[in-house]
Design a protein around this ligand. Sequence first.
Ligand code: ADP
Length: 684
Amino acid sequence: MKPKYPESKQRRIILLYALAVLLPGILLGILAWRGIQNDQARREKEGRARLQSTRDAFCLSMDSIVIAEMEQLTRTIPGKNKPNFPDFVQLAFHQSGTGDPDLLKYNLLFIPDSTNSVIQGQPNRSTAFMEALRIEQMGREPKKAINQFNKSIQSAKNANEVLDAQLAIARIYKKLNKPDDAIDEWRKIEPRFPMWKINGKMPVKLIAITEKARLFATLGKQDSVINEVKSGYAFLAQPGMAYEASLYRLFKTQLEQWKALCNPEIDSLRKTLQIRQDETDFYIRLIRERNPLVLEGGLKPPGIIQGLHRFPFNRTNGSFLFLNVESAEGERFGMVMDLGALIKSKAESVMQRADSMNALSWIIRDKQDNMLVNRNNSEKNEFIHFDLTADFPGWTLSIKENEMNWVDGILSKGTGTFLLIFLFIGLIMVLGLIFTLYTLNQELKLNRLKSDFIANVSHELKSPLTSIRHLMDLLHTNRVKTVDQRKKYYATMIEQTEHLSYLIENILDFSRLEDNRKKYRMKEIDYLQLLDSWTGQLDDHARSRDISIIRVWGSGLPKVSIDPDAIQQVIFNLLDNALKYSDESKRIEISVDADGKEVRTCIRDWGYGIAKKDQDKVFDRFYRCEDNLFRGIKGSGIGLTIVRKIVTDHGGRITLESSPGEGSTFCFYLPFKPERNHEENTSG
Ligand code: ADP
C-alpha cells in the first residue's frame, strides 16, 4: 500500500530545490561569467596602460642616464680632471679652441695629430752618455762609442737614458753594416720597453719591429721578415696605443713595403687593420665636424642641456649615439655611447626600479632584432611591443605581465572576486543538492516506516480482538459448561481488552506527544505503592508466559511528583518489551532506588538483548530491530519513543545497557521535583 502524498512531496522538494537553488544559481552563474568576461577586457586595457607607463618610465630613466653622463662631461675642467667614464661611453672629447679636440676617453687605432701632444723638456743626461754621444758624432771610433754607450748604461740615472744608449748602439751597428749585432741589440731593447713611447709618441716596439724587418731583409732572411711584418700589423691593430694619425700612417707605409710577400695571415691582418682604420677615420671625422648633424642628417630631438644635439647611428659593430653640445663661445663637448653596452649595463637596474614587484617579463631587441636583455618569467600571456626613444631607432621593448599564482589570482580584485562568487554558487548548489537528497531520503525512510507502522499496528490490534471474539462466541453459544471455565474466559477477555486499550492509548499518546499536545497532571505520590499496583496488573500476564517479575525496592524513598498515568505507561511499555523479548529466560527484574536528587527505576531482562548499532536507534519513532521481524514478535516501534518523551518531559533521562544474547537493562531517572511545570508546558 503506497500512500500518494509522499510522491507529491518528493516532487515538491525537487521543485523547491530547482526554484530556490538551481535557478538562482544558474542566473548568478551567468552574471558572474559575464562579469569575468567584462573584467577580463577591462583588465587587458588596464594592463596595456600599465605596460605603457612602465615603458615610459624605462625610457625616461634611460634618457636621464645619458643626460647625466653628458652633464658630468661638461663639468670636467679640461686638462685637469678626467672623469671616469662607464664602459658604454666609447669616446669623449672636449674642444676649447679651433684645433683638434682633446680626447678624454677613446678606444681608437690612432688619434688626430697634435691631440694630447706631450711637450718634453730636454732630458738630463749623465756625462758618460754625453761622452758616448760625442764619440759617436765624431764618427771615427764607432767601437769606442759602443763601449762608451754600454758604460753609460751601467751608470744610467733613468730608463730613458738606457733606452737612448741602446738605440744608439743599434744605430751604430747598422752603420757598421753589422745587421746581426744590430738585430741582437733590438732584441734586447724590445722586452725591456714593450709599451714605451719615445717622446711620448713613437712606440719603441714598432720601431724595433720595422728596423728588424729591414735588417732581416738585408740578410735575405725572408721568413724572419714575414714574422716581423706579421707582428708589426698585429701591433698596429692593437687599440689604445694612442699614437697620432701621421705616425700611424708612417708605420703603416713602412710595413706596406713588404706587401708583395703574400702571406694569408698577413693579408687577413691587413684587412682587419683596414676596417679599424676606417672606423677610426669615421670617429675622427665625427669629432672634428663642428656640426655633426650634417654627417648623418636628420634627428634632432631637443636635449635637456641647452644646445645639446644628439643622433643615433649604426656601424657594422653596433648602434651608437652621438651627443654634442656647443656653447656660445664655441667650446664643445661630445661623446659617443655604445647603445648595446648601455642597455646591457643599465636596463636591468632601470627595469628593476620600474617593476619592483617583479611582476613583468621583458625583452629588449635592437634594430637587427638581436635580443640584448631578456627576463622572461612567464610562459603565458602575449608580449606587447613598444618602441624605445628616438635615441634607439628601430629598437623594441617587449613587455608582458607574468601570470599570478592561483592564490593571488583568487584574492585579486575583479576576476578573483567573480571566481569566488562562482565557487560560492557551486558550493551552495552542491550543498542544496546534498540537502535535497538527504531530505528526500529521510522522507522515503519515514514513509516506509509509517507504512510498516500501520501494518504492525493493525496486526497488533487484530490478535486481542480475535481472541476476545473467539471467547465471546464460545460464551454466547453456551458452549462453556463450568462456572470456573466461564470465569477464566471472562478474565482473559478483560485482560485482552485492557491490552487493547493499552495499545490504543499508546497510539493516541504517541500522536499527542509528537505534537506536544499531551497534558500532564503532576501529583506528589508514593511511588513504590503505585509500582506495586502496576506490576501486580502484569503479574498474571507474566505468569501465563511462565515468567516471574522480581521486585527490588530500595528503602527510604521520598514522595515524588509525577503524572501517574504517564509513568504507568512508561512502566507498562518497558515491562511489555521485557516480556516480549525475554526469549527462553524466565525472569524479569524491576528495581527502584534513590539518591539525594532522583529516583532510579530499572527494568532488566535476560532475553535477546540489543545489538550495539541499534541501541541509539531503538528510541527513534517506528524503529524496530530487524531481528524481531524474523522472530515474528509483534510491535509498532513507538513504545520506546513514548517512554523517552514522557521521561524527558518529567525532566528525567533514560539509559540502556544491553548486549545480544545476554539481555537488556533500561533505567530511567526522575527528579524528586521536576524543574518544569508540565501543566504549563503542554499545548494544544
Ligand atoms: P516495539 O513495539 O517494536 O516493541 P519499541 O519502541 O518498544 O517498539 O521498541 C523498539 C525496538 O527495540 C523493538 O522493536 C525491539 O527490537 C527493541 N527492544 C525494545 N525493548 C527490548 C528488550 N527489552 N529486549 C530486546 N529488544 C528490545
